[in-house]
Design a protein around this ligand. Sequence first.
Ligand code: AMP
Ligand code: MG
Length: 363
Amino acid sequence: MSHLETKWIKDLEHTWNEEAIRQAGQIIRDGGLVAFPTETVYGLGGDALNPDSSRKIYAAKGRPSDNPLIVHICRLEDLPKVAAEIPENARKLAEKFWPGPLTMIFKKTDLVPKETTGGLDTVAVRFPDHKVALAFIDAAGGFVAAPSANTSGRPSPTLGKYVYEDMNGKIEMLLDGGQVGIGVESTIVDVTGEKPMILRPGYVTYEMMQEILPELLQDPTMFSVSGNAKPKAPGMKYKHYAPKGELTIISGQADHVRKRLQQEVDKKRAQGYKVGVIAAGEDGSAYQADSVKVTGNRDDLAQIAKDLFRMLREFDDEGMDFMYTESFSDKGIGQAVMNRLLKAAGHKIIDADQEETDDSNRQ
Ligand code: AMP
Ligand code: MG
């Protein structure tokens, strides 16, 4: 891939920059790539209706081309141009959660090239709730294909500087809007089947949607500990969100977790490794390690979601060899947090309620 000069437009969270947004839109119309902020994580955008743009997105991310992209729109009236059928369930979800951190899977129209959908007959669509994103999508012609703006396999970027780290030289422009609000990617719901099904947990939770869709199902592979079953969202089968070092989750009763986690840290440090810890606010002073990241209190799952990918990236920058994290509730947005953590950890969990014998209790 040829090296591009990446133009980094800063401070959009404070200063409205009409000219930069116009230029960004023109880049997309000309077949180029622009990274932009949304309320979930940063997106890596290209023209969703241009097959070459989608190919470029896969190349810039190093993403397998069978992993489809999400098409971002900026007004509900544009949905029928990309979605061939809009079931009643989708209308209900759109009415309640759009614009917002919810992606729906529809049967695609002929307008959407297979390059954008990873070869599938379905298309993922999202209407984000972010001023810069909406103005940019509009300027770009209304249909922007955008996966998260990270190199494939790395934690999704929640700050412009992390997009720059991964994408400098690979995209024409970065619209930097500061830190994103939510921090984990959108919830994905497939509305093409007889019953709607969640394929990826996110900020819009099962409980929130179940109120209006009593028949809502969840893809069972989202929770599988083995990680062997085949998920319905193609992207969910890949190793994801992974820091460079090795991450392990310590689960169990809080006092058992504190004790066991520190033991694991001490073992690794004694071997000369650099070790990082992620702790809930309550346990901020409980650990001694090379780097201790203290996130929200145990019941403040929104804060934990917001901090998660940044903490993993900081561990990379600090050169941590091993990292241990406390386990968090999987209720509400906690489900998205634990889903991302399990993937980042490659499903390595230690149950602190079990007596330590050897390594046989590691999954
Ligand atoms: P990202 O934008 O990086 O968060 O990734 C997009 C996610 O949406 C991936 O997990 C994809 O597999 C999933 N996705 C996109 N399009 C479809 C589709 N048509 N059917 C199922 N999952 C999809
Ligand atoms: Mg992603």
